[in-house]
Write a protein that binds this ligand. Sequence first.
Ligand SMILES: Cc1cc2nc3c(=O)[nH]c(=O)nc-3n(C[C@H](O)[C@H](O)[C@H](O)COP(=O)(O)OP(=O)(O)OC[C@H]3O[C@@H](n4cnc5c(N)ncnc54)[C@H](O)[C@@H]3O)c2cc1C
Length: 421
Amino acid sequence: MRVAIVGGGIGGMTLALSLRDAGIEDVQVYESTSTVNELGVGINVLPHAVRELTELGLLEDLYGIGIPTAELVYYSRHGQRIWGEPRGLAAGYRWPQLSVHRGELLGVLCRVVLERLGPGRVHTGHHLVRFGQEEGGPVWGEFVDRATSTSAGRVEADLLVACDGVHSVVRRTLYPDEGPPRWNGITMWRALTVGEPFLSGRTMMMAGHFRRRMVIYPISKRHEDQGRALINWVAELKTADDQPMPRQDWEHTARLEDVLEPFASYTFDFLDVPGLIRGAEVIYQYPMVDRDPLPTWNFGRVTLLGDAAHPMYPVGSNGASQAILDARILARELALQPSIEAAVAGYDAQRRPATAMVVQANRQVGPEQCMEIVEQRAPDGFTNLDDIVSQQELEDISRAYKRTAGFDPETLNGRPSLSVR
Ligand SMILES: Cc1cc2nc3c(=O)[nH]c(=O)nc-3n(C[C@H](O)[C@H](O)[C@H](O)COP(=O)(O)OP(=O)(O)OC[C@H]3O[C@@H](n4cnc5c(N)ncnc54)[C@H](O)[C@@H]3O)c2cc1C
């Protein structure tokens, strides 16, 4: 079986490794950029996805780059603690939650793809522009090298998997009337700052509420080994509804002043957020977008995976994790089902409804609902949290989201492996 993977991001690379692990060797990855760019800032891989990467033999590599997140703590915009919970191993999972640099994670995945599948399997400078399917026959794709604006050729395969991200060409071709991703009016500024470790040193924290929120966590083992912290932060601000959507480009940078002003009051005794913002070398700007869930990803010998299939708000740390799960289940179906068509149908039946639920839950602000409740009920701060919201209510919010996103500890620890061998 020849599989053409379009897009060498987190989802595409994990699919290549998962297919090989499932005994499917004829796999080619076609990546638009001229090198596999180790771009981005921090990203979280939740225990259900770390389990999959562990079963692919990558845990040691991940420990070598990232931070096993030990706790997640929510604060109000006044820096008052609302809810905290252990995470990863500390929460009883058999696998850690890992905070890593997206580029370093991609670097690990790409290196292992080249080692295991052989060099020459990752074709950079291949931007898919067109694809089609012969009646009862193979799928074809045509590529251009964007750097030179020249043709990069035409390839044939038995299955084409679109892992080409939020601006997927394949999705646009299959759903030509869909239009651009939906913006919820929130601008996200992302950056890295080297600083002192804060709270437990392995804490992920959020402060504020959905319209003015900070998400902060350390992501680098190398910095931790030196007694320092490479701190990933995301500042999110909801602007007026009539503002135009910022450019959707992962390399679009922002001005320091624009980010500092809305978070000037976020000076907490455990962390000086304006200081953190000032310490960044470069700040990236991106709109918070998603898309409506699709009626099908099942196009016979063409299907979608990761952000191409289900772009979601980065709420609850699920984007990369859901792409990794997609990859593992698609590979498993291809190995076990009698035909490619049956495998794609099985993958669609399992993953499309599951990810649609996460997209919808993230629109309802996911587990971060606790911050909304406190902002609504006690905008000026509280003396006693129990007067505002009960511990039970907070616990229910946390547990419900984990169930929706498929990573409550009991289910995850107890379910059989997705590995074929
Ligand atoms: C440069 C970059 C930086 C990012 N930084 C962050 C970050 O800091 N934090 C975060 O949470 N998320 C980040 N993301 C998004 C995050 O990686 C995804 O949300 C998630 O990991 C799902 O992965 P994916 O493989 O579906 O998509 P992506 O990781 O976005 O990968 C899609 C890949 O497809 C390639 N591609 C696109 N179009 C074509 C085409 N027509 N033909 C061939 N290849 C194509 C892209 O170059 C990219 O390599 C970033 C994505 C990119 C592309």
